[in-house]
Design a protein around this ligand. Structure first.
Ligand code: PNS
Length: 166
């Protein structure tokens, strides 16, 4: 059984994430989408909300499950009996950060392989943070996130007094 993790903060999940998760699910027997607590990032959505949105957005993928984690990725991988981490690689700005994490994770556990899948061109510049910024200013992000996350963003920013654009 080959099991891989696709870790991230998913604040919220985007269509770019779904593309990478779905492509990863073709490569291994099981993918665990690993939703990090990421307290330092002060996420807009709570951990439960992020997990639930990822669950809804990946429900069509039979060999994908979703778990939250609050520990070192290498420890979580060991606990889940996963042998690989699959990450999406976007424009070159991602590279240095991903390079650092991959190198350190390798130092921490040489059994855990990190594999990158290149983002498709239409997702190359998409990120949860830019989606949050557009939504926070009342912009339409429905082409960038799954419907459940779009509704959640509209609800969240409505609570904060932001009206979506028509
Ligand atoms: O979506 P993000 O915020 O870029 O994901 C970053 C994430 C969650 C993959 C990374 O911060 C992580 O692996 N956190 C778990 C804690 C850990 O292992 N940190 C050391 C990495 S070298």
């Amino acid at each position: 059984m080959k099991r891989a993790l696709t870790p991230g903060t998913f604040d919220p999940i985007t269509v770019g994430h779904i593309d990478i998760i779905s492509r990863a699910s073709q490569l291994v027997d099981e993918v665990i989408v690993s939703v990090a607590v990421s307290a330092k990032k002060k996420p807009l959505f709570s951990l439960d909300e992020r997990v639930e949105l990822v669950r809804q957005a990946t429900a069509h993928l039979p060999n994908v499950r979703v778990e939250a984690f609050d520990e070192l990725l290498v420890d979580f991988a060991r606990r889940m009996d996963a042998t690989a981490v699959v990450k999406g690689l976007r424009a070159i700005t991602d590279f240095e950060y991903e390079f650092q994490m991959t190198a350190l994770n390798y130092q921490l556990d040489k059994e855990l392989e990190t594999v990158f899948i290149m983002s498709t061109p239409q997702h190359m510049y998409l990120s949860s943070s830019i989606v949050r910024e557009i939504a926070s200013l009342g912009g339409d992000v429905s082409q960038f996130v799954p419907p459940c996350a779009n509704e959640a963003l509209i609800r969240k920013y409505a609570e904060l007094g932001v009206t979506p654009q028509k």
